[in-house]
Each structure stands twice: as structure tokens, then as C-alpha cells.
Design a binder for this molecule. Structure first.
Ligand SMILES: C[S@@+](CC[C@H](N)C(=O)[O-])C[C@H]1O[C@@H](n2cnc3c(N)ncnc32)[C@H](O)[C@@H]1O
Length: 319
């Protein structure tokens, strides 16, 4: 992979190349489940944006004046193939994509605590369609690697970045479980919306710790339960209808996990209750959303009767 040149020489290059080759062989199969995303991604490659703006709430790639109305209709049609759009908003050659999540709100909460990204090597674990990677570009990082095992999001990012043309952004079909191949590699890691999906969260944080360079920092954002006690909820089956949820910590519990994983400091800098203002059904995500996950008679509980979700934000430093 050509981007490996951005990474330190001591990464496990042979193993990474073998893994990526195997992942590519898998995703390049002529099967419906891959083609439904690969074909629209390839189709969109002919559109190269002249105007880019990732500095505002809406990631803007290409403007309406750069293409005809029939081209815009084709672009809209191709972008619909990546539905449901979970993260956004985006504006692509004038096609406005209102995603399920108001991701700009999360970014605006992080911004005051953002480590200096200039010339840094960054990883975004669980990067989805790359919304936050695009938002990082005005800070001029040297390189950002997105880890994203979902084929849908992988191709969605590729489509967006082929139109945008950032040569310091890349996503691969990797998961947090592959961080061991990247010892002391990244200056900054973003781990947002991932830790409660891990069955061994402290081990996951140890992997993040090992993948950071000495002096590196991590921004961790997580679903959480309200409360001051250092405890975590462990649902029997689902939490807010999500089956892949394991431990949902309080902010102080997550802080303890982070410190026990080896970080010298962990600062909980923001927390807020979730709401249907921030996560909702839109024209680009037509399935169930926040309101459907919450007890209709008591908004402080999930549909399963657990405390309704908060979100917590922490910044931690490796010595
Ligand atoms: C709740 S979303 C969070 C997306 C984004 N980071 C954010 O904060 O808005 C979780 C993301 O992690 C991805 N994911 C799933 N399994 C993963 C794994 N093993 N390692 C890293 N990311 C994973 C999902 O595909 C999804 O894009």
C-alpha cells in the first residue's frame, strides 16, 4: 500500500500487506453484496471536485456550478446507493445529504480540545464514511488512516474522496483488532462510537495505547449511562435496540478503563444526554432512529428499560 510510506519503518509491513491483499481479494469478488457499493463508487470516479470546503458543518465536495443538472441527477442517484447515510451532513456537487446523525455537533464539541493535527499521523478507528476525517483536513495532518471494516462505509468513503481528491486520507477494511500491526505509529487516534461495541473494552484501549507514539493522544467518545459511580451496564441482548453493544460505562468508569490501560491522564471534557434532535430519520436514512429506541412513555429509559443513553468525551495522553 502506497500510504505505508507515511508510517514509521517499524510497522509490521509484511503482515499489513498480506492482510490488506486478503481483504481486497474478498471485497473484489463479483458478488451482489459488494457490487451494490463498488459500482456506484466506480461510477462517481469521473467527477472531480474543484471546490472543496471541509471547514464548516457541512462537508462540501464540488459545487452545483461545476456540473449540469443531468450530471447532478446521476450523482444523486449514485449517492443513494450508499443509504442509509449515518454520518453527515455533506453537500456533493449541490446534492444535500442530511444524514441520520448531526455529526457536526460531535465535531464542534471536540474542536476546543482538538490536539494539534498539523503534520501529524492520525488514525480514525471506525471512521464510517470519513465525515470526521474530512473535517480534520483544514488542520493539515500529514496523513489520516481510517479503519473501517464495513464494505458499505468503505466504498462510500472511497467515492467521496475520489471526488474530493485528498491524497493524505485513506481508508482500509481494517478493524480496531488490527491495531497490533501498527506499534507506536500514530500521533493521534480518534476512537469514537466504538468502545461500547467491544466485548473487551480495556484490551481495546490497550491496543490503542500501543499504537500511539510516546506523547501521543487519543480522543475517545462513547455512548454512556448517566451517573457518577464508576460502573457499566451490560445488557443481556440489546441496548437501545442495538445488538452489538457490550459494556455501556458511566463517564468515570470509562476514565478508569483508560487509566488502567496505561494512559497517564484522562480528561472527561464533555457529556450530554442523547436526543432525537441529533439522531433521527431523514430522507437519506429511512429506518428506525433514536425515537424508536426510547420508551415512548418515559424518555429517560430505553425501550428495554435501561437508562437512556448519554454521550461522553475524553482526551487521554500517553507518556
Ligand atoms: C457507531 S459508529 C461510529 C462512527 C464514527 N466514528 C462516529 O463517531 O460517528 C461505529 C463504526 O465502527 C465501525 N466498526 C465496526 N466494527 C469495527 C471494528 N472491529 N473496528 C473498528 N470499527 C468498527 C462501524 O462500521 C461504524 O462505522
Amino acid at each position: 500500500m502506497s500510504y505505508l510510506r507515511f508510517l514509521p519503518a517499524h510497522i509490521q509491513e509484511k503482515e499489513i500487506n498480506a492482510l490488506l491483499k486478503e481483504r481486497l481479494r474478498w471485497v473484489n469478488q463479483q458478488k451482489k453484496g459488494f457490487l451494490r457499493y463498488r459500482l456506484p463508487c466506480e461510477f462517481l470516479q469521473k467527477y472531480k471536485a474543484e471546490r472543496l470546503d471541509c471547514s464548516g458543518d457541512v462537508v462540501s465536495i464540488g459545487s452545483i456550478s461545476e456540473c449540469s443538472s443531468s450530471a447532478q441527477a446521476e450523482i444523486r442517484q449514485a449517492l443513494k446507493a450508499f443509504m442509509p447515510w449515518r454520518k453527515g451532513p455533506f453537500s456533493i456537487f449541490g446534492v444535500e445529504i442530511d444524514a441520520e446523525w448531526r455529526s457536526e455537533r460531535k465535531w464542534n464539541r471536540i474542536k476546543p480540545q482538538l490536539p494539534d493535527l498539523y503534520d501529524k499521523v492520525v488514525a480514525d478507528i471506525g471512521c464510517n464514511n470519513g465525515y470526521y476525517m474530512f473535517r480534520m483536513t483544514p488542520h493539515q495532518p500529514r496523513f489520516i488512516l481510517g479503519f473501517e471494516p464495513s464494505v458499505q462505509h468503505y466504498y462510500c468513503f472511497k467515492a467521496l474522496n475520489t471526488m474530493a481528491g485528498f491524497d493524505n486520507l485513506e481508508t482500509d477494511l481494517l478493524g480496531i483488532e488490527h491495531l497490533g500491526l501498527f506499534p507506536e505509529t500514530f500521533d493521534i487516534i480518534f476512537l469514537m462510537g466504538v468502545i461500547y461495541h467491544r466485548s473487551s473494552p480495556v484490551d481495546a484501549l490497550k491496543d490503542v495505547f500501543s499504537a500511539l507514539k510516546p506523547g501521543g493522544s487519543v480522543i475517545i467518545e462513547s455512548q454512556a449511562i448517566p451517573g457518577e459511580e464508576p460502573i457499566a451496564l451490560f445488557p443481556d441482548r440489546t441496548y437501545a435496540k442495538a445488538p452489538g453493544t457490550y459494556f455501556v460505562p458511566t463517564g468515570s468508569c470509562l476514565k478508569n478503563w483508560i487509566l488502567r490501560a496505561g494512559f497517564i491522564s484522562a480528561d472527561l471534557f464533555f457529556s450530554h444526554p442523547m436526543s432525537s434532535d441529533e439522531q433521527r430519520r431523514t430522507d437519506w436514512m429511512v429506518f428506525e432512529s433514536y425515537d424508536d429506541f426510547i420508551d415512548p412513555d418515559n424518555p429517560s429509559l430505553t425501550i428495554e428499560g435501561f437508562p437512556a443513553p448519554y454521550r461522553v468525551f475524553l482526551k487521554a495522553i500517553k507518556k
